[in-house]
Design a protein around this ligand. Structure first.
Ligand code: PHE
Ligand code: FE
Length: 290
């Protein structure tokens, strides 16, 4: 089955959604936790239970530990205030309610200040697998558990700062691919096998299975320039994933690299087709059925 799931990802523009009159200058809004209906809470619980079954052996340990530490379990849509008390105590991150997609620079400014912009609405009970815009399940269930991990917490903040810099240099299209292939669709090779850390995968039932088990997509060792040369598609399961060796190695390879020379080099290099294998690509297989 195909999955249509747009994400907040820098560089793709944004539809001018929502009623602008009630938002703050930084685009934040109140969550209005008390306004959720029972049906909406039940949708979260249904989605949570589908994913909970799939995560052991597929999600990375840091994600599973974050779910526990933040108590992000099946009891309905989380109250951001309670969630933030736990999250801020662990890594200093907070979830900030926004009306949907926000402009790139607003998005980066939040990340650079350890605020994760999250939608408050939840998909309809008849649309469990179809999303036009990220909802609270994708944003909070998918993204927030890893923000309880100190290394990933530093990575996403550094990404936000790098985004502000790339926006000034008009290089967002390169940096957006890094977000896509790590924060949204990243895989990590661990001693117990391939695991998912990307939120776009972890909030989708179909993609959680496909990313680990399907022989269809390519799984290529993460290499910064390679990733930034690879376009992505937002309207279907991915045809390629990039595999890091640990969250720490991801942080180190990005934090310690000045992207400016990289951006300059990229200007002279062509894109790599999504389904292409290049000389030098390290290939990973799917999990073997045993
Ligand atoms: N080091 C990058 C730069 O020079 C910033 C960055 C850090 C980007 C971490 C992504 C992740 O712009
Ligand atoms: Fe996302």
């Amino acid at each position: 089955d195909s999955l249509h799931h747009a994400k907040q990802v820098p560089g793709r523009g944004f539809p001018p959604g929502g009623d602008a009159s009630y938002r703050n200058a930084d685009w934040t809004v109140p969550q209005r936790f008390d306004a959720y209906s029972d049906v909406e809470h039940q949708t979260w619980t249904t989605l949570y239970e589908r994913q909970a079954d799939l995560l052991p052996g597929r999600a990375c340990d840091e994600f599973l530990r974050g779910l526990d530490a933040l108590d992000l379990h099946g009891a309905g849509i989380p109250d951001f205030e309670r969630l933030n008390a736990r999250l801020a105590a662990l890594t200093g991150w907070r979830v900030a309610a926004v009306p949907g997609l926000v402009p790139d620079e607003v998005f980066f400014e939040h990340l650079a200040n350890r605020r994760f912009p999250a939608s408050t609405f939840i998909r309809g009970a008849d649309q469990l697998d179809y999303l036009q815009e990220p909802d609270v399940f994708h944003d909070v269930f998918g993204h927030v558990p890893l923000l309880a991990d100190p290394v990933f917490a530093d990575y996403l903040q550094a990404y936000g700062k790098g985004g502000l810099r790339a926006a000034r240099m008009r290089r967002l299209h390169n940096l957006a691919r890094l977000y896509w292939y790590t924060v949204e669709f990243g895989l990590v090779q661990t001693p117990s096998g391939l695991r998912v850390y990307g939120a776009g995968i972890l909030s989708s039932k179909a993609e959680t299975i496909y990313a680990i088990e399907s022989p269809a997509p390519h799984r290529i060792g993460f290499e910064l320039e390679r990733v930034m040369r690879t376009p992505y598609r937002i309207d279907d399961l991915q045809q390629v994933y990039f595999v890091i060796s640990s969250l720490r190695s991801l942080l180190e390879s990005t934090l310690n690299t000045d992207f400016l020379p990289l951006y300059e080099r990229l200007a002279g290099l062509s894109d790599i087709e999504i389904q292409a294998i290049e000389p030098g690509d390290a290939l990973f297989g799917p999990r073997c059925a045993d």
